[in-house]
Design a protein around this ligand. Structure first.
Ligand SMILES: Cc1cc2nc3c(=O)[nH]c(=O)nc-3n(C[C@H](O)[C@H](O)[C@H](O)COP(=O)(O)O)c2cc1C
Length: 381
């Protein structure tokens, strides 16, 4: 291994004592490939196994915690006990190859897909319509706002899914508070216009995410027999006004620090993206966030990192301890091994349309990779 890449291979110990063998994390990525009963398919298990040799930790695709929160075709489920064997097979496919396995827990809220959920009725903090256009699907349905009892039930369902993750043998869970899904919907002044205990001031908009964290921690304390990781993923800022600003992102980060998580994961597409408003805009969000959080809690950064030089630069310029790779690990499953063996020149950063079998990518994800413009760096046929 080249000397300059050594920082990527230093082990890292989380606050709960769990040791990651290196600084590379596989980012959570939905594969749209569950079986028709929402258990994980063999194709998805093979996809994880092919990528779990190298990274210290692998975060799974998001799994829904309640039927009303299903947000993707082919999303696997964590909402009932009958899913525990399926979850166990996902955890094993990762752990057997040596990485820590973290299950991402999710509820789509107003971004759930109407034809995949009971009565086609989307639910959220408030009845505010989203405007989502992902190219391959769009959602603009006005959701129904959750009653107080339903909010309490949803908090419990995040806890129940955590219990299932523990029983299935995962090393941890990550709460998906990013990309505009339900945890973000409650924190956002755009999508949360409630006036009860779950909305209003910034503090009240934090009540739901913090209650989910508290319930998750309670379940971990009750059921886990060994240290169990709890992480939280968030997206800084929203484009809307009103909407989450960088100032509000800092307040969320402070609240998450207080909640004593094992890590915070920033969910952005470009690691070096700049703030939209509200702060000194010459520096990247990641630099500002890393400076704000300091070493109070470990941060995972992500976004358009492809080469080991880019990964080292991201770590060193910001001082954060962990880097997640998403698309790059789909394109190059042996990324970590190649860097370790001094074969960094063999790392692929583009995808050949004839390579599906070698890359072990399930059909539905492969079809999207090949058809959605600009998502993956596809080589010309
Ligand atoms: C196919 C695909 C599926 C994704 N699914 C999820 C997901 O389930 N949960 C999540 O938090 N982020 C998801 N993301 C976002 C990635 O985790 C990551 O933040 C983003 O792709 C930027 O990192 P990258 O440039 O290394 O890919 C997904 C991204 C891709 C490409």
């Amino acid at each position: 291994m080249k000397e300059i890449y050594k920082p990527l291979f230093e082990p890292f110990t989380l606050k709960n004592g769990v040791q990651l063998k290196n600084r590379i994390v596989m980012a959570p990525m939905t594969t749209f490939s569950a079986n028709s009963d929402d258990t994980a398919s063999d194709a998805e298990l093979n996809y994880y196994a092919a990528r779990s040799n190298g990274p210290g930790m692998v975060i799974t695709a998001c799994a829904y915690v309640q039927a009303s929160g299903k947000g993707f075709e082919g999303q696997f489920a964590a909402d009932r006990d009958s899913m525990i064997p399926s979850l166990r097979s996902v955890a094993s496919s990762i752990k057997e190859k040596g990485a820590k396995a973290v299950l991402q827990l999710y509820h789509g809220g107003r971004l759930a897909v109407p034809h995949l959920i009971p009565n086609g009725e989307t639910l959220s903090a408030s009845s505010v319509a989203p405007r989502l256009d992902r190219g391959f699907y769009s959602i603009d349905k006005t959701p129904r706002s959750l009653s107080d009892e339903e909010v309490v039930e949803l908090i419990k369902d995040f806890g129940e899914a955590t219990r299932r993750a523990i029983e299935a043998g995962f090393d941890g869970v990550e709460l998906h508070g990013a990309t505009g899904y339900i945890l973000q919907q409650f924190f956002s002044p755009h999508s949360n216009i409630r006036t009860d205990r779950w909305g209003g001031s910034l503090e009240k908009r934090l009540t739901f995410p913090l209650a989910v964290i508290e319930e998750t921690k309670r379940v971990i304390a009750e059921h886990a027999k060994q240290p169990f990781i709890i992480g939280y993923r968030l997206t800084p800022e929203e484009p809307e006004t009103p909407g989450i600003t960088m100032t509000e992102t800092f307040a969320l980060l402070d609240a998450l620090v207080e909640a004593k998580l094992d890590y915070i994961h920033m969910g952005v597409t470009d690691f070096w993206s700049k703030p939209r408003r509200g702060v000194d805009s010459k520096r990247s969000r990641m630099e500002l966030i890393a400076e704000h959080v300091g070493n109070r809690v470990p941060i995972i950064g992500v976004g358009s990192i492809h080469t080991p030089d880019e990964a080292v630069q991201a770590l060193e310029q910001t001082g954060i301890p962990l880097i997640a790779l998403g698309r790059e690990l789909i394109v190059e499953p042996e990324w970590v091994e190649k860097v370790k063996q001094g074969r960094e020149n063999d790392i692929k950063t583009t995808v050949n349309p004839n390579d599906q079998a070698r890359l072990q990518v399930p059909d539905p994800l492969w079809e999207l990779m090949m058809s959605v413009e600009g998502w993956f760096p596809v080589e010309k046929k």
